[in-house]
Design a protein around this ligand. Structure first.
Ligand code: KG4
Ligand code: ZN
Length: 340
């Protein structure tokens, strides 16, 4: 089995995954409560928390999986991108374990972890990876569509400013909703009958016809409306629900605008599956929209289990298995992903 370690941001996570992708254990020590008073992640606090939780979590993972050190064949650790101090805790810990146990260490790009996460299943072995799939990675730090062919990753677009999750978090913070904002906005967007004509948000288009994302215009308009309408958790609940629902609709409309255009622009044989990953992929409304998009386009849509959407080590371990398989599993493998 492979040991996965993830410490790139505010979740210390350790997982043990069998070589067929069965998740034996996936433990997450969330620091959300520690960062909440500051309205966002404080890097120094994150590093210290990782230091405190990492090794106890590894011991717990082994106990819960009824496994011993000798059952671990290799280690996969997130090596970037992320908070440098936070990453260092995971990488140094993984290096120490790799050296002590005499087993290979695989450096994993965090985004590649998200990319493959839709193939992990609730129970049993991972679903078979198709030869080619499109992956929409939407998280607190990234928003991109990737074309994945036989493990080779090509980035088709990216955000020119804020990431979509970051946009959720910043707007939520402005109206006084606790961190992280995505689930909070989703909660308020589901309350009562929504008047979708009350507020309007822009659909950004670039003069050069680029299919990149841009969320800062929607963010600026959301903050302008929120200020003008004195939007807050203690204000008019119907206005707040209308605001949250139309705001998240505008973010999602842009995702589908770009996905539609990219899908149309793909010449020849299209990818057989379209997947979505990252924290924002946990959003129920978006999951419904994505499933409907798949039906409309006659393509298989695969959504990650909600627990594999936000940061977790199972997805890092699974990406480690993919990399090791692609590289023929040498003693030391470096991720050669082209994910930016
Ligand atoms: O993937 P993730 O855990 O961390 C990064 O790699 O960034 O994603 C965290 C992001 C946060 O911005 C959070 O607000 C957003 O995912 N998020 C959501 C939902 N759950 C988490 N956004 C919208 N709706 C949700 N249900
Ligand atoms: Zn992430």
């Amino acid at each position: 089995m492979i040991l996965g370690i993830e410490t790139s941001c505010d979740e210390t996570s350790v997982a043990l995954v069998d070589s067929d992708g069965t998740v034996r254990v996936n433990l997450i020590a969330s620091q959300i409560e520690r960062h909440r008073p500051f309205g966002g992640v404080v890097p120094e606090i994150a590093s210290r928390e990782h230091l405190q939780h990492l090794f106890p979590l590894v011991s717990r993972a082994l106990a819960e999986a009824h496994a011993t050190w000798s059952d671990i064949e290799k280690i996969a650790v997130t090596s970037g991108p992320g908070l440098i101090g936070a990453l260092l805790v995971g990488v140094a810990g993984a290096q120490g374990l790799s050296y002590a146990l005499g087993i290979p260490l695989i450096a994993i790009n965090h985004l590649e972890g998200h990319l493959f996460s839709p193939y992990l299943q609730r129970e049993g072995a991972a679903a078979a990876l198709p030869g080619r799939f499109l992956s929409l990675v939407i998280s607190g730090g990234h928003s991109s569509i990737y074309d994945v062919r036989d493990g080779e990753v090509a980035m088709l677009n990216r955000t020119r400013d804020d990431a979509i999750g970051e946009t959720f978090d910043k707007v939520a913070k402005f109206i006084g909703l606790p961190y992280p904002g995505g689930p909070q906005i989703e909660k308020h967007a589901q309350q009562g009958t929504i008047d979708r004509r009350r507020f309007a948000f822009p659909m950004p288009q670039f003069k050069d016809q680029s299919l990149d994302f841009s969320f800062s215009g929607i963010k600026a308009e959301a903050i302008r409306i929120a200020r003008q309408e004195k939007m807050s958790v203690d204000g008019d609940p119907r206005a707040l629900s209308d605001f949250c629902a139309t705001f998240q609709d505008a973010l999602f409309a842009q995702l589908f605008d770009r996905l539609d255009a990219i899908w149309t622009s793909l010449r020849g044989k299209k990818p057989s599956e379209v997947v979505m990953a990252g924290g924002v992929a946990a959003n129920g409304t978006l999951r419904e929209k994505m499933t409907a998009w798949g039906k409309q386009h006659g393509v298989i849509v695969r959504l990650p289990e909600k627990r594999f959407c936000t940061d977790n080590a199972a997805m890092i371990a699974f990406a480690g298995l993919q990399r090791a398989a692609l590289a023929g599993d040498p003693r030391r493998v470096t991720a050669r992903s082209r994910v930016a």
